[in-house]
Design a binder for this molecule. Sequence first.
Ligand code: NCD
Ligand code: ZN
Ligand code: ZN
Length: 434
Amino acid sequence: MATWIINGQTISAETGILEKKHVKVENGSIAEWLDAASQPDTAGHEVIDATGKLISPGFIDMHVHLREPGFEYKETIATGTQSAAKGGFTTIAPMPNTRPVMDTPDTIRYVLDKAATEGVVRVLPYAAITKNELGRELTDFAALKEAGAIGFTDDGVGVQSAQMMKDAMALAASFDMPVIAHCEDNTLVEGAAVTEGAFSRKHGLKGIPNESEAIHVGRDILLSEATGVHYHVCHVSTEQSVRLIRLGKSVGVKVTSEVCPHHLLLSDEDIPDSMDANWKMNPPLRTPKDVEACIQGLEDGTIDIIVTDHAPHSEEEKARGMERAPFGIVGFETAFPLLYTKFVRTGRWTLDFLLRRMTSDPARLFGLPYGTLQPGAPADLTLVDLENERAVDPDNFLTKGRNTPFAGWKLYGWPVLTMVNGRVVWTEKNGINR
Ligand SMILES: NC(=O)N[C@@H](CC(=O)O)C(=O)O
Ligand SMILES: [Zn+2]
Ligand SMILES: [Zn+2]
């Protein structure tokens, strides 16, 4: 039996404009597309009525935290992948800052096994660069690649030693694997919780300076040039980082980068005076000038893709206040509606531009066979309602995390159905389908 998704809207490859189509899914793959005028032969097949809905390739999120193993009170592979499905994501790449850290083949296999049995979307794990993410000793790259890791990163902390990073890049290059970097020089941070800017000055708080990020970006671009590795910069947040990546790309360094919705939409000037820790994340919300630089960086191709950095924490942890709460906000269930509403409906971006940054571009960057709905491709797709406005309600999240600064925002662009490998894993109407 096949599935026909009928009367959906898809972006024409030629014109970039929405057009009505029917698509047939068979044996887990996209089988064929028909023009709206044609009548699909649906006899004996399942039919999904997508009238008025966008049919997009499933979103791909190359930077997420699923917290398992070790921090199951924050999130599990089950709840994290369900949250991803509800957000329209069909492939996600979890970071290794779990407990234990994903720094051995066993931990990678543990995550892959759990994802296969309890997860509802594709899970492609990263492995740590250094043992326990302590920056002292490299992990076994060969064995980790063999176990299924798709790249190396110590996300959560920066690799402080330039020599360690250079060794890691040389080794990763020899295995044709990317190095993904959380860029942060600890000597410039010293326990601050917010950016050096209007908010830190107003409240007499220590600030996280832009250079703490950009110094690593600059250093690592030079090391990437020296080693030839594919170097990917995590969660770009500063004008200086954008400038350095632009320069690196212009001279042919294999550097790519990502940005999160919150760094495109919020600045430190938006943080409420209540010092609510749901506005605390790493890197921090920067100044309006940095926000505009990140948007322009994405627009001119300096920044390649959009990721959420979905980082759930418990309510108790986030209630500790701005200075003591952990960094991080959840992202899966608000990412597309936020960007669609604030950048596409306002006319700054085309829908095609946004979708590419969340589908085909991440797939291309990391060599994945997803992010496309060409015949023959895996049937990973999401149907999205572009017309109805709804407020963000953390009480309805499928993630365990409630830590978002976007509660109450009225948005368009809510996913209504998510399909992975030809199987419907979530619908707005019936929830998760395990
Ligand atoms: N982004 C965050 O604020 N937090 C992340 C770590 C990270 O992505 O650096 C986390 O693991 O909670
Ligand atoms: Zn990070
Ligand atoms: Zn992260």
